[in-house]
Write a protein of this length. Structure first.
Length: 141
């Protein structure tokens, strides 16, 4: 793993939270993106070399809607940048971690992503993120 890539925060209102984080961080978000497959809208803020990702549910059955219903708004996950997501998934499975998906999937911010179940990481939802390079992504498809 290279570094913390971003911290994901579940929010009820992206509009309200964008204003709050703009005041907190002193800068506006740099991107809003929908990830329809996960039922979420995301907004990204740059904080030094890292990012904050705000996540707002777009449908009631999305993982973010369920998270907020159970726990309220707050930190949802921590994401780590990796060079080779498939190799890292294999390594972590061999170490006994439970992955939430068998293959990486396309996430926000031009990333391939995979999540590690919180029960195998002391209650923390961990996300692996690999930058999608067009030629690399097409080879792996």
């Amino acid at each position: 793993m290279q570094q913390i890539e971003h911290i994901g925060i579940a929010v009820k209102s992206l509009k309200d939270s964008n204003e709050l984080y703009k005041k907190l961080l002193g800068e506006a978000h740099y991107k809003i993106e929908e990830v329809a497959s996960e039922g979420v809208n995301t907004s990204f803020f740059k904080v030094g070399p890292n990012k904050i990702e705000l996540l707002e549910a777009t449908r009631e059955d999305s993982p973010i809607a369920k998270f907020i219903e159970k726990r309220g708004e707050g930190i949802h996950h921590i994401a780590f940048a990796v060079d080779d997501i498939r190799a890292e998934m294999k390594r972590l499975e061999a170490e006994g971690f439970r992955l939430l998906n068998k293959e990486p999937k396309r996430g926000a911010d031009n990333k391939l992503v995979c999540f590690i179940h919180p029960k195998s990481a002391n209650g923390v939802l961990v996300e692996l993120c690999q930058e999608i390079l067009a030629e690399k992504y097409n080879e792996q498809e």
